[in-house]
Design a protein. Structure first.
Ligand code: UT7
Length: 323
């Protein structure tokens, strides 16, 4: 049986850090409110002229270096973003050119905050089917460009960044049959469009638009859907929550993450939390959290990771990965 085995990961955050206190000087908010309601203390914001592709390229270079794989050996890039450099072509093709990858295909997927789970699932399928042999999966965003900086209910929640993972198709035999991507579960429900969307786009308004969110409504769906989808992905493998070494969730709100952890019966020190430093970086949040815990030595080879996320669409999903 062919498995998509993880070879390495990387992350990149723009240099500029914006604290809650700095935001409180611009909109009617406070460090106390933001920390209490979300767990966020700061976020990174891309510089003028620093695009989603630039963040993605840096994260990808680090992931390839960590994996010890040359870009010329890649034959697939799947990049998750809701903030592409341009309407077309895919931001993934910018990354492809910059890395010097010549073979195979590079394309974007769009599932907002669930984007990394979707991209990982697509890459996993293409690796398992033999369509590709070495894949780079990227989540990269510059949400600062689609925020209404006068809307305190959204502008304090997001940040910019990118994370990447390198996967290789390997014939799993013996112990290695149990490594890599073990299962994925994807869902969407377009009836909930209006609770989280961007009020612009090339076909509707010919503008980029701004993010609009009914936070409380999204919160309710997040709690329910995350509990269901993590159960679903575990059921697919016959594993239980007791087998999980690390929950690596989408980083939107510490309260949502804590709720999922409680439902799984996981101790707080088994949950990778980066929302305090990165805020919500949409498709980049899961690979950034993953990279943080791999590089600081918490996540080790053979650990079982549960990745999950939900966002606009609504779209949500989960993946089980043996590191
Ligand atoms: O990544 C995509 C998925 N997104 C999510 O998962 C986000 C899910 N939602 C959330 O994380 C939370 O709903 C929020 C953090 C967005 C909001 O927290 P909440 O506890 O649901 O607050 P709320 O929206 O119910 O607002 C409570 C109060 C309101 O005032 P009133 O009406 O009670 O007087 C808001 O106007 O907080 C007020 N408020 C703020 N106050 C200070 C809203 N934003 C702010 C702010 N600073 N930035």
């Amino acid at each position: 049986m062919i498995r998509s085995v993880v070879k390495g990961c990387g992350g990149y955050l723009p240099a500029r850090i914006v604290t809650n206190e700095e935001l409180a000087k611009k909109v009617d908010t406070s460090d106390e409110w933001i920390q209490q309601r979300t767990g966020i203390k700061q976020r990174h914001i891309a510089a003028e002229g620093e695009f989603t592709s630039h963040l993605a390229i840096k994260a990808s270079e680090r992931a390839l270096e960590h994996a010890g794989i040359d870009a010329t050996d890649l034959d697939l890039i799947v990049l998750a973003t809701a903030t592409p450099d341009e309407t077309f072509p895919a931001t993934a093709t910018r990354v492809q050119a910059a890395l010097g990858m010549r073979n195979g295909a590079a394309f974007d997927v769009q599932a907002v905050c669930a984007g990394f789970i979707y991209a990982l699932s697509v890459a996993d399928s293409l690796l398992k089917s033999g369509t590709a042999s070495k894949a780079l999966v990227v989540g990269a965003e510059t949400f600062s460009r689609i925020l209404d900086w006068h809307d305190r209910s959204t502008c304090v929640l997001f940040g910019d960044g990118a994370g990447a993972m390198v996967l290789a198709a390997e014939e799993g035999t013996g112990a290695s049959a149990d490594r890599g991507v073990l299962a994925n579960a994807l869902h969407s429900d377009g009836r909930h469009h209006d609770i989280l969307y961007v009020d612009g786009g090339p076909s509707s308004t010919r503008t980029t638009g701004f993010l609009r969110m009914e936070g409380r409504e999204v919160f309710k769906h997040a709690v329910v859907n995350m509990a269901a989808v993590v159960g679903e992905v575990l059921d697919k493998t016959g594993l239980t929550s007791k087998d999980i070494d690390w929950l690596v969730p989408h980083q939107a709100n510490k309260r949502i993450i804590d709720g999922t952890g409680r439902k799984l019966g996981l101790a707080a020190d088994r949950i990778v939390l980066t929302v305090d430093k990165h805020a919500n970086t949409s498709a980049a949040s899961i690979p950034l959290a993953l990279d943080t815990a791999v590089k600081d030595g918490r996540i080790k080879r053979d650990d079982l990771l549960l990745l999950e996320g939900i966002g606009g669409g609504l779209a949500w999903g989960a993946s089980l990965v043996r590191w």
